[in-house]
Every structure is written in structure tokens, then in C-alpha cells.
Design a protein around this ligand. Structure first.
Ligand code: KIV
Length: 276
């Protein structure tokens, strides 16, 4: 096999190069089976710290740990081959200093094999983004609504409706772009602001609740298949509704076990008859 014929995963630089060419497609993945299903369809998968709420039933993403992110990052890498995999830096693993951020990000890259990390933050994190990218760690930025800040911002409402909020998001996005992020997630931001930012930046913007004006889109996979129904923000669309199908399967299983109709002969091992 020639070296040229070996297909490699999309890299963060490939994602950046899609800007202006075609929309970038992304979804979250936390497990091997979901990563396998997503791999042919997305440009990058995000092992998001949303897994704290979606998989572990936490109230916010604040309680998510490095060990959780690494275990799920490894699972997603095992299930994917072509898509770029990005793993979130959890709350408390990077905000203290750029050195702390480097240690955490390097550990994630080494222990999972993923290609990049994501961190939340605007102008205050620009120095850190520059420090990481200069040292071989591609960074996906995240501005606008930042779920890790829920305890200081007080909620998950959309932003950018007044000048103060809009200017802050503009400044944050520009600072992270100048610092070298390969792409920037914009969350929960009104369309005119997201559009203006997307047009002005070098890096592609990846919207979640930030309008079709962004250069790509990301959603939480469990939201689009209807398996996480604690709340449904306006920007989520159910592309399938699997929860009722799953409930029906569980109910049918329980009924068959109780009625002793499962397991039937076809699901039962027998000793083979000895032939003379
Ligand atoms: O944690 C997450 O899943 C995210 C998103 C952008 C979906 O940050």
C-alpha cells in the first residue's frame, strides 16, 4: 500500500479550510457505538462536557472531571476513524493559568489520541489559546453562552440582544480568533451578531443556537434523537424521536420475561444430541 493511499482522519486544519467552501457538520459523541454511527456523517465529533448532564444526570457541566472526559474521549476514538475528534476541557482544568491549561490539554491529547481540545472563554482566555496553539495543541474556542459559567451568569438564555452583550461577544470572538483557534463555537447568540462575527473572522464559526449564518453547526446528539428530554431549547430539532421506541422495547421485554415467552427456543442453548 502506498503512503498516499492511507486515508487519515480529518485534522483541525481541514476543518478550518472548509470556511467559505461548505458548511461544517458536527455533533457530540460520548460513546463508542454512537461514534461509529456518526463517523461517516460529521466533519468533527465533540466529546462535550454536556455529557455530565446528558449521561450522568448532573445539573450543570461544572461537576465534570478530567477522568470523565478522558474515558469518554478514548471510547469515541475507538469508535471513529475518519472524523476529527475534539474533547472538551472540563471546568477547573484550564482557567487558573495557561500552564495548567497546557498540562490538562496535553494529558487529554496523549491519553485519548484526539486531535484538539475545546475551551470556553473570550478575551480573558486569549493568552491561553495562543499558548496552547503555539505549543502544538489545536484549540476550538467557545463564546456567547458559556455553560461552564452558569454560576456567575445565572442561566442559559440567549445573548446579544443589547449593545453591551453584543459587543462582548464580538470582542470575545475576535480575541480567540486572533489567538489562533482553528474554529470557534458560538452558542445561544442572536442572528445579526453571529452573522457579523462569522463574516469578519478568519476561523470558521460553529453555531449552536446561533443561526444559519455560522460556517457550521453543532448540536447535542441526544437532543436531535430525542433521548435527552429534560428540556428542549428553541434551537433543537428532533430529527428522530427514539425515546418512545426505546420505552416500547423495554416494556415488551419486561412483559415477555414475566410471561415466560422470552427466552424462547431460538435464544436457548441446548446440548447437541450425540450421533453414533
Ligand atoms: O458540551 C457540549 O456538548 C458543547 C456543545 C457546543 C454542544 O459544548
Amino acid at each position: 500500500m502506498s503512503v498516499q493511499s492511507v486515508k487519515r482522519r480529518l485534522a483541525p486544519s481541514d476543518i478550518a479550510a472548509f470556511k467559505g467552501v461548505r458548511p461544517i457538520v458536527s455533533l457530540t459523541a460520548y460513546t463508542t457505538p454512537i461514534a461509529k454511527l456518526l463517523d461517516p456523517h460529521v466533519d468533527f465529533m465533540l466529546v462535550g462536557d454536556s455529557l455530565g448532564m446528558v449521561l450522568y444526570g448532573l445539573d450543570s457541566t461544572v461537576g465534570v472531571t478530567m477522568d470523565m472526559m478522558i474515558a469518554h474521549g478514548q471510547a469515541v476514538m475507538r469508535g471513529s476513524r475518519d472524523a476529527c475528534v475534539v474533547v472538551d476541557l472540563p471546568f477547573g482544568s484550564y482557567q487558573e493559568s495557561k500552564e495548567q491549561a497546557f498540562r490538562s490539554a496535553a494529558r487529554i491529547l496523549k491519553e485519548t489520541g484526539c486531535s484538539a481540545v475545546k475551551l470556553e472563554g473570550g478575551a480573558e482566555m486569549a493568552e491561553t489559546v495562543d499558548f496552547l496553539t503555539q505549543r502544538g495543541i489545536p484549540v476550538l474556542g467557545h463564546v456567547g453562552l458559556m455553560p461552564q459559567l452558569v454560576n456567575t451568569t445565572g442561566g442559559y438564555r440567549s445573548l446579544g440582544r443589547n449593545d453591551k452583550e453584543a459587543n462582548k461577544i464580538r470582542r470575545d470572538a475576535k480575541a480567540i480568533d486572533d489567538a489562533g483557534a482553528f474554529a470557534i463555537v458560538i452558542e445561544g447568540t442572536v442572528e445579526p451578531v453571529a452573522r457579523e462575527i462569522s463574516t469578519g473572522l478568519r476561523a470558521p464559526t460553529i453555531g449552536i443556537g446561533a443561526s444559519p449564518a455560522c460556517d457550521g453547526q453543532i448540536l447535542v446528539t441526544d437532543d436531535i434523537i430525542g433521548t435527552f428530554n429534560d428540556f428542549k431549547p428553541r434551537f433543537v430539532k428532533h430529527f428522530a424521536n427514539l425515546a418512545p421506541l426505546m420505552s416500547e422495547a423495554f416494556a415488551n421485554y419486561a412483559a415477555e420475561v414475566k410471561a415466560r415467552t422470552f427466552p424462547s427456543a431460538e435464544h436457548t442453548f441446548q446440548v447437541k444430541n450425540k450421533t453414533a
